[in-house]
Write a protein that binds this ligand. Structure first.
Ligand code: NFS
Length: 673
C-alpha cells in the first residue's frame, strides 16, 4: 500500500497541450520545444495545479492565525439569511470585501511606487544631479504644471514673463513628490476629472488625501477586527483606486513623458520572431522604464555596436516583455517580444543572451528556465531580487545609470559566444502602429486644423462609431493565452466599437495584426472601417503600458469636454474590459475605471462570487453611486456583447440610438471627415 502511494507521487507531471494553451503559433512552438528539452513552463504548471475554489471566490480569510477561515457557498445556494461566519464572526461579505480592497492596495501600491521612483529620478534630473537623465518635453511640462499649482509665468515689474523652465521642472518634481505623502489637502490631479465626477467623489467623501495614506489605511482597516462593513471597506478601496488612476499612475505617465518624450505613433514589429540569430538579443522586462531608457540609448552607440561585433555578432537586438516593452516601444520603436505569458518562452529560443528585469509581473521561474540555457538573468531593482543563485543583481542608480546599462550590454555581448548550436527562433512577427496618446488621438481624429475630440464625438453621434472600449490588462495561465482578448476585441470592432488598449492586451493585439490601419477593412463593421480608412488609424489604438491607463481616463475626459455626449464620463457610450486579467494591479485599474463612471467587465473569475451581497454592491449599487459598475463575463463573445449592450443603453439615453440606422456616407460627409 505504502509503495503504491509512493508510485503515485512519483508520477510524471502532465504536460500542457501547446495548441490548447495559446492562439499564438510562435508560443505554441516554444511550449512544445520547452517540453522536448525538459524545461518546465507556466503552461505545464497550470495543468498540474488547480486553483483553490474557495480562494477564487474571495471567501477565504487569512488575516489572522486563527484561520484561514473558509466560507464556501452552500451547494444549493443561500436561502434566507447568509449565516456563514469566520471564527471572529466576519461574514462572507466582510471577508470578500477585505480581500478585494487588499488587492486594490497591492495594485495601487505597485503603480504608485513605480510613479514615486520616476518622480525621484525626475527630481534628480530637474536639479541636474545626474547627467544621464534630462527633461526632454518641456511643452508637456508646461501643459501639466498648472494641475499641481506650478506657475508657468512670473510677474516682473507688472509684466507677465515666461518662467525659467528648469525652475518649473524642479517645483513640479517637488510638488509631485508631495502627492504621495503630504499631511493635508487632497490629491491635486483629482480636479483633472470632469467637474461632475469630481463633485460626485466629493459628495461620496472619496477624494484621496494623498496616495500612500489610502493604501496604508486599507492595510489597517483590513487587519483583524477593524472595518467590518463591506460598503465602508469599498469606500476606502475607492479612495485608494482613485489615488492610483488619477494619482500615482497619472503622475508616472506625465513624468515619464516629460523626461523621455511624449509618444507619437510609430511603426514596429512584434512577437518572439523579432529576436535575431546573428545579433546579441537583450530582452528588457518589467515596468519602470528608467533603466531600460539607458539601455536603449547605450545600445545605439557606435562603441557598443563595435563591441557586439568584436564578439562575433552583427549587432544588438533589443526586445521587450510586458510593460517595459510597451514603454520602450511607444517612445523608441523597440519591438515587444511578447506579453506576460511569453516571458519564459523567449528564453526557450536559446537565443536570449540577457534578460534584464526590473519590477512587477516577473515570474520567479525565469531563473529556472535561464539555468537550462546560457541566458544571463539580471535583476536591477533593490526591491525585486530572486533567491536562485544563477541570477545576477546589478542595482540601478540614477547617478550611474548609463554605466550600469553599458555593463549589462557588455555582459550580454560577452555571452553571445556561449549560445550553443541549439537555437530556434520562431518566424512569426507582426507589424504594428503603436504610440498613441491623448494628444495624438486629438490630432488624428481631429486633424491639425480642428485638433480636438469633436470629430471623434461627431462620428459617435452619427453612428459610424458605435462607442469606445478600453480593453486592457494581462494574460492568465488559467485561460488560453491571448484568446479571450483577441476574440473579444474582434467582436467589438466588428460591431463598430473603437478600442483603446494598453498593457499585455496591447501586445496580444499587435501579435494578431490588429494594430494596423489595414486591419480595419478585414475586421471592422462598415462604419468604423470607414473612419479608420479615412483618417488612417488602426481600429485598436495602443496607448502604452498599464500606468498609461491614465491616458484612457484623460481621453474619456476630453470626449466629455468636446461636447455632444453628455456631461460626465458615465454618460459616454464607452466601457472598460480586462478579458484575461490576473494581477492585483488589474483590480485597482478596474476599480478606478468603475468609480470614474465606466462599466467595466472582467473575464475569468472575480473574487467576489462567493459573497453575493457584496458582489451586488459593486456590480449593481455602484451604478447609482458613481455611474460605473463591475461585471464579470467569461465567454469572450458574450463579454463583447455585454459591452455593446451597455454602449447601446448609453446611446439611447443620449438620444443618438437612431443615428446608427444610417451609416452610409456621401461625398460631402467624407470631405468633412
Ligand atoms: Ni498590467 Fe503590465 Fe501585463 Fe498585466 Fe503585468 S505586464 S502592468 S499587470 S501582466 S498587463
Amino acid at each position: 500500500m505504502a509503495e503504491e502511494k509512493k508510485a503515485k507521487v512519483a508520477k510524471a507531471p502532465k504536460l500542457a497541450d501547446p495548441i490548447a494553451s495559446t492562439i499564438d503559433i510562435a508560443s505554441q512552438e516554444m511550449i512544445a520545444r520547452a517540453q522536448t528539452l525538459g524545461v518546465e513552463t507556466i503552461f505545464d504548471r497550470a495543468v498540474n495545479m488547480k486553483p483553490c475554489a474557495i480562494g477564487m471566490q474571495g471567501i477565504c480569510c487569512k488575516n489572522c492565525s486563527m484561520g484561514p477561515c473558509r466560507l464556501p457557498l452552500p451547494k444549493d445556494g443561500i436561502e434566507g439569511e447568509d449565516t456563514r461566519k469566520g471564527l471572529c464572526g466576519a461574514t462572507a461579505n466582510t471577508i470578500a470585501a477585505r480581500n478585494f480592497v487588499r488587492m486594490i492596495a497591492g495594485g495601487a501600491a505597485a503603480h504608485s511606487d513605480h510613479g514615486r521612483s520616476v518622480a525621484e529620478v525626475f527630481l534628480s534630473a530637474a536639479k541636474k544631479h545626474t547627467d544621464d537623465y534630462k527633461i526632454k518635453d518641456y511643452d508637456r511640462l508646461l501643459d501639466v504644471a498648472p494641475y499641481l499649482g506650478v506657475a508657468t509665468t512670473v510677474e516682473v515689474d507688472g509684466e507677465e514673463l515666461d518662467r525659467d523652465l528648469d525652475e518649473i521642472a524642479v517645483e513640479f518634481a517637488e510638488k509631485a513628490m508631495a502627492e504621495w505623502g503630504k499631511p493635508e489637502g487632497e490629491l491635486l490631479y483629482a480636479k483633472r476629472a470632469p467637474a461632475p465626477l469630481y463633485e460626485k467623489w466629493k459628495k461620496a467623501g472619496v477624494i484621496p488625501r494623498n496616495i500612500d495614506r489610502e493604501i496604508v489605511e486599507i492595510m489597517h482597516r483590513t487587519h483583524m477586527g477593524v472595518d467590518q462593513d463591506y460598503k465602508n471597506l469599498m469606500k476606502q478601496g475607492t479612495r485608494a483606486a482613485i489615488g492610483d488612476g488619477w494619482g500615482g499612475s497619472m503622475l508616472a505617465t506625465d513624468m515619464q513623458d516629460i523626461m523621455f518624450g511624449t509618444p507619437y505613433p510609430l511603426q514596429a514589429e512584434s512577437n518572439i520572431g523579432i529576436m535575431k540569430e546573428d545579433h546579441v538579443n537583450v530582452i528588457v522586462h518589467g515596468h519602470e522604464p528608467v533603466l531600460s531608457e539607458m539601455i536603449v540609448a547605450a545600445a545605439q552607440t557606435p562603441e557598443m555596436l563595435e563591441y557586439a561585433k568584436s564578439m562575433g555578432a552583427n549587432g544588438i537586438q533589443l526586445g521587450g516583455i510586458c510593460c517595459t516593452a510597451n514603454e520602450m516601444l511607444q517612445r523608441h520603436g523597440v519591438p515587444p517580444a511578447g506579453n506576460f505569458l511569453q516571458q519564459e518562452l523567449v528564453i526557450v529560443t536559446g537565443a536570449c543572451d540577457a534578460m534584464v528585469v526590473d519590477i512587477q509581473c516577473v515570474m520567479q521561474n525565469l531563473a529556472n528556465v535561464a539555468k537550462c540555457f546560457h541566458t544571463k538573468l539580471i535583476t536591477t531593482h533593490p526591491i525585486a531580487r530572486m533567491e536562485q543563485d544563477n541570477v545576477i543583481h546589478i542595482e540601478f542608480d540614477e547617478h550611474h545609470a548609463m554605466e550600469d546599462a553599458i555593463r549589462i550590454l557588455k555582459m550580454a555581448c560577452d555571452n553571445f559566444k556561449n549560445r550553443g548550436a541549439d537555437v530556434v527562433i520562431p518566424k512569426q512577427t507582426a507589424t504594428q502602429i503603436a504610440g498613441f496618446g491623448v494628444e495624438s488621438i486629438k490630432y488624428h481624429l481631429g486633424g491639425s486644423f480642428r485638433g480636438d475630440y469633436y470629430t471623434l464625438n461627431d462620428n459617435i453621434i452619427n453612428g459610424r462609431i458605435r462607442g469606445g472600449a478600453g480593453v486592457v490588462g494581462c494574460n492568465n495561465a488559467r485561460q488560453k493565452h491571448n484568446d479571450g482578448c483577441i476574440t473579444m476585441i474582434k467582436e467589438l470592432i466588428k460591431n463598430d466599437v473603437i478600442v483603446l488598449t494598453t498593457g499585455c492586451n496591447a501586445i496580444a493585439c499587435a501579435t494578431e495584426g490588429l494594430l494596423t490601419p489595414e486591419s480595419a477593412a478585414v475586421h471592422c463593421g462598415a462604419g468604423l472601417a470607414e473612419v479608420c480608412e479615412t483618417v488612417g488609424i488602426p481600429p485598436v489604438l495602443h496607448l502604452g503600458s498599464c500606468v498609461d491607463n491614465s491616458r484612457i481616463l484623460l481621453a474619456l475626459t476630453e470626449m466629455v469636454k468636446a461636447g455632444g455626449l453628455g456631461n460626465d464620463i458615465c454618460d459616454l457610450p464607452a466601457a472598460g474590459s480586462a478579458p484575461e486579467w490576473m494581477s492585483e494591479k488589474a483590480i485597482s485599474i478596474g476599480h478606478y475605471f468603475v468609480v470614474s463612471g465606466v462599466y467595466t467587465v472582467f473575464g475569468g473569475m472575480l473574487p467576489t462570487t462567493g459573497a453575493p451581497v457584496f458582489q451586488n454592491h459593486i456590480f449593481k449599487e455602484y451604478e447609482d453611486k458613481y455611474g460605473g459598475m463591475w461585471d464579470m463575463v467569461v465567454d469572450p463573445i458574450e463579454h463583447a456583447h455585454a459591452i455593446i449592450a451597455h454602449i447601446d443603453k448609453k446611446r439611447k439615453a443620449l438620444g443618438i440610438d437612431k443615428a446608427r440606422d444610417r451609416v452610409m456616407m456621401d461625398f460631402a460627409a467624407r470631405q468633412a471627415l
